[in-house]
Design a protein around this ligand. Structure first.
Ligand SMILES: CC(C)(COP(=O)(O)OP(=O)(O)OC[C@H]1O[C@@H](n2cnc3c(N)ncnc32)[C@H](O)[C@@H]1OP(=O)(O)O)[C@@H](O)C(=O)NCCC(=O)NCCS
Length: 183
């Protein structure tokens, strides 16, 4: 994506290349995570997704067009999911996969729904999809000033592999993280 990096996950990271993505093993049907249902994101979700995006990342929200660009490559190299509760979208996340590597592109949960396992469920689904597609490693970048997201990634076994100083437009460093997937 041509836009500059924005907070947190590796939304402009090394896995953004279009080449070499596998078709993957297909997305399973809707999955239950407590009272939350996960399913693949569609273009019809974008009004709600972009509304949540703007609330979550007010400084540099992805536009609807940017999400459309991601979905245009789904399922070839992308896997985006939404979390549904009470009839509405309460979270979303996206993965880019190419060859034996994958990148967490984004992950967000509505502010009032955090610490209830939704982010973990979304991340678990991305990791499962990475496994289904034959990825051996998953990468991401997270803002150094975002301890909440870092805590989630730590919990899921991501390890710090580097620092990109001043990576974000406001000068904040990016922490690069990697998780090796067991076959
Ligand atoms: C990062 C984010 C997606 C996590 O979503 P979530 O639904 O709150 O995550 P979960 O409830 O599944 O948390 C999973 C685990 O991560 C850890 N964790 C999550 N938030 C944490 C916090 N604020 N402090 C400490 N640990 C935290 C905990 O170990 C937690 O498990 P526990 O609640 O059983 O202790 C959410 O905070 C968010 O949307 N933040 C704003 C957007 C953002 O920063 N995205 C990051 C990448 S772009």
């Amino acid at each position: 994506m041509s836009e500059g990096p924005r907070p947190d996950a590796a939304r402009d990271g090394g896995g953004r290349s279009d080449g070499g993505g596998r078709s993957g093993g297909g997305t399973p049907g809707p999955q239950s995570a407590g009272d939350v249902l996960l399913r693949r994101m569609t273009v019809g979700d974008l009004p709600a997704v972009t509304e949540l995006e703007r609330k979550t990342f007010p400084a540099d929200a992805w536009s609807e067009g940017m999400f459309r660009g991601e979905l245009a490559d789904q399922p070839r190299t992308r896997h985006y999911v939404v979390a549904l509760a009470g009839g509405g979208i309460v979270g979303y996340a996206g993965l880019a996969a190419a060859g034996d590597q994958a990148d967490v592109q984004t992950i967000a949960v509505a502010a009032g729904r955090r610490r209830a396992g939704i982010g973990g469920a979304l991340l678990s689904e991305l990791l499962a999809e990475a496994v289904r597609r034959g990825a051996r490693s998953v990468f991401l970048e997270v803002r150094a000033d975002n301890p909440d997201a870092q805590a989630v990634y730590d919990r899921f076994g991501f390890e710090r592999i580097g620092l990109r100083r001043g990576y974000y437009s406001d000068g904040t460093d990016a922490i690069m993280m990697k998780k090796d997937l067991n076959a």
